[in-house]
Design a protein around this ligand. Structure first.
Ligand code: NAD
Length: 375
C-alpha cells in the first residue's frame, strides 16, 4: 500500500505539461469543461445514488445534506414508491430520477456529475461500467466487485471514458484512521511487528443477498472482513506476501449454506510483520491493534460509522469526530472539482488489490495451504 501521507498530500494539478499523467480534463456528460472550484467557488458536484437500500437511505443521503463539495442531485431505483418518497424528502426533480433500465439516459443529465453505486456486490460491475459509459465519474461501494476480472473491467471502462473511479473507502478520510496510518507507516513506535485486525457482526434476515454467494461473492469476509484486510495493509503500509486461512465450523449450516460464517486468516508482510484477523456473521468484534518495536496503538471500535476510539502505549488518541460518509464524498469531490487525480489508495486499483486478497484468503482456507502472494 502506498504511503498515505505522501499520497494524500500529493496533488496532480492539471496543466498542459501534465499530459503524461493522462489525467482527463474534467468535463460534464456532454463533454463541456467543468470549471475548477477556484473558478466557480461554492460549486457542488451533483451525485446520483444507485440503489436506495440501507446504506444510501440511512448514511449517504443524510450525509449529503452536510457536504460542501457535493449534493444529492439524483437517484436510480427499481422501486417507484421509493422514488416518490425520495423526490419529496430531498426535493429531487423528476428528471433526475432513473430506474435500472433507463439509467443510461443519465448521459444527457448535466445536473449529475458523479454516480455512486450502492447495490449488492455482484451488480457493481454493470453499473460502474454503464455510469462510465454515460460520461460520469463513479464512486463504487466496497467490495469493489466479486472477482478481479470484474474489477479490471470497471477500471478499464473508467479509463476508456476518461472518468475517475473511487471506491467507498470512507475510513481513508476519517481522522482516527488517518492517525493510525501515520503511526504505522511512519514507524512512530518503531516498525510494526504484528497486527490484530478483526471485523465481525451478527447478521439478521436469513433471506438477504449478503447470504447468497452469487450476489455477495462470499460471506462475512466480502462484507466486513475487507475492513480487516485494509486495516492490516494501511497500518503496515505494506502488501502481504503470503496468506494462510481457516474456516470455522458453521454453527448454523442452514443460514450459512451458501457462504462462510466465520473465517480466520494470517498475512505475512515483507518487513517480517504478521497480521491475524477474524471475520464473522455470528458474533461481533471490531478492533485494529498494532504492536510495534517500541510501543503499540489501537482503534476499538475501528471500522464502524463512529465515533472511533483509539489509544497508544503513550495515551489516548485525540482526533476530531467527523461524519464518515460526508468526509468521504467531500474528499473525493474536492479532488474531482479541482481536476486532481484521486489518491491511489482510494481508487479502483486499490479495490482490485483487496478483491485479489479476498480471493486468496478463500483459496488458502479451501486448500489449507499457504498461498504465495508475491508476483
Ligand atoms: P441493501 O440490501 O440495504 O440495499 C441494496 C439496494 O440494492 C436496495 O435498494 C435494493 O432494492 C437494490 N437492489 C437492486 N437489485 C437488487 C437485487 N437483485 N437484489 C437485492 N437488492 C437489489 O444493501 P446495503 O447495505 O445498502 O449495501 C449496498 C452496498 O453498499 C454493498 O456493496 C455493501 O457492501 C455496501 N455498504 C458499504 C458500507 C460502508 O460502510 N462503506 C456500509 C453498508 C453497505
Amino acid at each position: 500500500m502506498t504511503n498515505l501521507t505522501t499520497q494524500s498530500r500529493r496533488r496532480f494539478l492539471m496543466n498542459a505539461g501534465a499530459s503524461a499523467l493522462a489525467i482527463p480534463t474534467l468535463t460534464d456528460a456532454l463533454g463541456r469543461p467543468i470549471q475548477s472550484d477556484s473558478a466557480q467557488p461554492g460549486r457542488k458536484l451533483g451525485i446520483a445514488l444507485v440503489g436506495l437500500g440501507y446504506y444510501s437511505k440511512n448514511l449517504l443521503a443524510p450525509a449529503l445534506q452536510q457536504t460542501t463539495n457535493c449534493r444529492l442531485a439524483g437517484i436510480v431505483t427499481g422501486t417507484p414508491a421509493k422514488a416518490e418518497e425520495w423526490m419529496k424528502k430531498y426535493d429531487i426533480p423528476k428528471g433526475n430520477v432513473y430506474d435500472y433500465k433507463n439509467f443510461d439516459r443519465i448521459i444527457d443529465n448535466k445536473d449529475i456529475d458523479v454516480v455512486y453505486v450502492v447495490l449488492p456486490n455482484s451488480m457493481h460491475r454493470e453499473f460502474v461500467v454503464r455510469a462510465a459509459q454515460a460520461g460520469k465519474h463513479v464512486i463504487c461501494e466496497k467490495p469493489m466487485a466479486i472477482t478481479p476480472a470484474d474489477c479490471q473491467a470497471m477500471i478499464d471502462a473508467c479509463k476508456k471514458a476518461d472518468r475517475q473511479l473511487a471506491i467507498g473507502y470512507r475510513l481513508h478520510y476519517e481522522p482516527f484512521t488517518q492517525e493510525v496510518m501515520r503511526l504505522g507507516q511512519q514507524k512512530v513506535f518503531g516498525p510494526v511487528r504484528f497486527v490484530e485486525a478483526s471485523d465481525a457482526f451478527k447478521i439478521g434476515d436469513p433471506t438477504q443477498w449478503r447470504l447468497k454467494k452469487s450476489m455477495a461473492g462470499g460471506g462475512a469476509l466480502m462484507d466486513v472482513g475487507i475492513y480487516a484486510i485494509q486495516g492490516a495493509r494501511y497500518v503496515t503500509g505494506e502488501e502481504p506476501i503470503s496468506v494462510t486461512a481457516q474456516f470455522s465450523p458453521k454453527t448454523d449450516p442452514q443460514k450459512f449454506k451458501d457462504v462462510e460464517e466465520t473465517l480466520f486468516w494470517q498475512f505475512q508482510f515483507p518487513s517480517g510483520a504478521v497480521s491475524n484477523s477474524t471475520t464473522s456473521y455470528t458474533a461481533g468484534v471490531e478492533r485494529l491493534y498494532a504492536s510495534c518495536q517500541d510501543g503499540w496503538f489501537e482503534l476499538s471500535p475501528a471500522f464502524g460509522y463512529g465515533p472511533l476510539k483509539g489509544r497508544t502505549s503513550k495515551g489516548p488518541i485525540e482526533m476530531p469526530v467527523v461524519n464518515h460518509q460526508a468526509a468521504h464524498m467531500d474528499g473525493v469531490c474536492k479532488d474531482l472539482l479541482a481536476g486532481n487525480k484521486l489518491p491511489n489508495h482510494v481508487t479502483g486499483e486499490e479495490g482490485l488489490r483487496d478483491v485479489k486478497l479476498l480471493q486468496a484468503i478463500y483459496r488458502a482456507a479451501e486448500t489449507g495451504r499457504k498461498i504465495d502472494l508475491k508476483g
